[in-house]
Design a protein around this ligand. Sequence first.
Ligand code: PEP
Ligand code: MG
Length: 643
Amino acid sequence: MHQRELVGVMIIQQQEQRGFDESEEAFMVTLSAQMAGLIAHASATGVLNKLWAYSDKRVKKETTHLKGIAAVPGVGIGHAVVVYPLADLDAVPDKETRNADDEIALFQQALDTARQDIRELSARLPENLPTAEKALFEVYLQILDDNSLGKEVIQEIKDGQWAQGALRKIIKQHIRSFEAMEDSYLRERADDLRDLGRRVLSHMQTQKHKTLQYPEQTVLVGEEVTAAALAEVPEGQLAGVVSSRGSKNSHVAILARALGVPAVMGTDGMSVSELDGKEIIVDGYYGQVYLDPTQRLRKQYLSLAKEEQQLDADLEQLRDLPAQTPDGYQVSLFINTGLNEDAGLSSSVGAEGIGLFRTEVPFMLRDAFPSEEEQRVLYKQLLGAFHPRPVIMRTLDVGGDKPLPYFPVEEENPSLGWRGLRITLDHPEVFLVQLRAMLRANIGLNNLRIMLPMVTHPGEVDDALRLLAKAHKELSEEHEDLPMPPVGVMLEVPSAVYQAGAIAQRVDFMSVGSNDLTQYLLAVDRNNSHVANLYDSLHPAVLMALMQAVQSAHTQGKQISICGEMAGDPASVILLIAMGFNAMSMNTTSLPRVKWVIRNVERAHAKELLKQALSVEDPMVIRFHLEQALEKLGLGGLVRAGK
Ligand code: PEP
Ligand code: MG
């Protein structure tokens, strides 16, 4: 057994007729437990499939399928274009050079050409892509700058290494430091660096970069498909992305999501080189990839893909309609963001504003705390883009699984440690700078709302409000009539839910962070794959906590929203409506889908389903009932492939 699943049966035979004794049995149990892990790994990495194929040549040819992480939902069918590494950095040997000047010239020319590549790729990106995704290419250019990568490599050449070896050494040094980072988002930036290094190397090796032919329906496949490779596909021809490496946080997944292209990441162990040109189906709902599908499977998925397109087209029509149930219960729908999202994209899905701006994300992308002025400019941009719609900015929520590279916090148990408001209250100098930047950005706009993360008890709210009042008072001396924005608190620690009434009295609004609330209520680390099966926001205990939070807020006459992933989950949304949440905040892709649910479920019916859910003990059964309800309402297309 591996993680409660049967992976195989071990049969032991002996010549002598006798029973096995207890110690032999114990040995077999130990052996099978060890083997199960190995078999599960071999199966996940595709090694097992290969073994079958070698051991039995007569095996009937069936659709091969790979399992990965469902990174971007949707169904894509097309032909694989394998994106190879442009050049193999690992293969570059160390060599001394006697002619450093020539080597430097060679390197600089390659660097120049690589920069040109990136500029061209960036220019080919579709117009309507969010600025944040476009900015990625700016970051690439900064890395490839003469004063950045260029400087370090040239120094290495001057120290006697030939150009290719110098490049390999510097790139690998940076990759190692990225890979050692705790934060998964930053760790994955190592892939971007590796890609840029290869680009420069390929130009140095004067390998002519083979111009790839892209079929009408291209599925990009690679060991590590990069955002740059994705941008290289002509507009409208990208049907899917499959990458052995990476996860939901990879830039390529973020970009694919922005383009609405289904993606499966982390299909560890597939032998990429054998896939070129093959027909391939990408099921981004279940993280499945089918190679050389049978006629029947292809037909099934083709009709599913058609239905999906129809569904998206239908949902576009909801853009300007209110998120209101047929019996008149209205909710506000907002979006979550961490980057300076393009306001156009959010309007195109009908968002009423930003429900959660994770301010720590821009902090994580730098190598030092941004100054007050840098922050002001950033916040002003966002407030301006969304004006007059409200923007809820959450104060710095670092620590836990989101450390800052320049503010290391070493802890045994980081999720229960120094994070969020706990850090900013201990570092008022950091907190005050952020609050001042927000207040200054809000001048002349007045659509800012401030939200406090990781509140454990009301006293912390008092402390934070005191600091906010101080920042406001100081700035008021320079700016007359400086508006004081509404302040809210995130309910994401169980203690805060129990004290929600006391907290609500102190603030203007509250928002449930169901990601952390689930983690802390169930004692399940949200990033630990070993216990991922226990992490479920539909756990009855979480549902009861949510109900209590709503009730406490409303008793105090305060509005309450929810901004964890649960708000973007169509099945959960039914229960959230029943509970009486006033607003929900989610990613842009989920918003039209959630609106569709709201517009189709009577609140009375949602309340019945909530009652039913509360009588069930198992979250899986609750999900099953909700998905069935969606199916009955004709909304099944939201939780599986097809319409
Ligand atoms: C949450 O915890 O639900 C939340 C929205 O915050 P984050 O995911 O950034 O911790
Ligand atoms: Mg949180």
